[in-house]
Write a protein of this length. Sequence first.
Length: 221
Amino acid sequence: MPVLRHRHRRVSDRIVDIFEAVGIQKPELSILSEGFLAEVKELPQKNLAFEALKKLLNDEIRFISRKNLVQGKSFTEMLDKTIKRYTNKSVEAAQVIEELIELARKVREEKSRGKQQEMTEDELGFYDALGVNDSAVQVLGNETLRKIALELTQMIRKSVTIDWTQRESVQAEIRLKVKKILRRYGYPPDKQEKATQIVLEQAELIAKDWIGSEESAALSV
């Protein structure tokens, strides 16, 4: 186990150089490997272990939030809740570290979920926007929800323009198309309005990347 150097100030005084402190290479940290999690868990300085996990999870969740509205929000809420319990002294350091390690595993698994579902990051974002964890929605089955997500991705990608978020007519047209797709697949009627709104928010989150990549491609021709 690496020994912390005395020249490090206390965690409360500044952001600790986590990579140097735990003596693990940065690429390992970026994927929250089991080896790294095991080393952090064994750190005698529990406050450092807490800060290390908090910082890394914040970074990873921020990255997820740029692509997936629903999962980003879910992970953010879980992290904030855990941190709050610790700062309010509702749980001991050892317990909060266990909880953060479990959250880290979930975040790590999220990175491979799209591949397992045979969906791109964009398609997975719309899949999650459908509220797949809702019991009323689950009756459709995973394959149907996956088909909806793929069709939504294709339709929205063809429909958005560089100024679509400022054009109510374009937004209204996309909204109608989303609802039409949901109805065609038998999506629960009482869930359609909420799903449509989240789908549009997800579209706004990622569509700028689509437009940016298309503009770059056009300039390179």
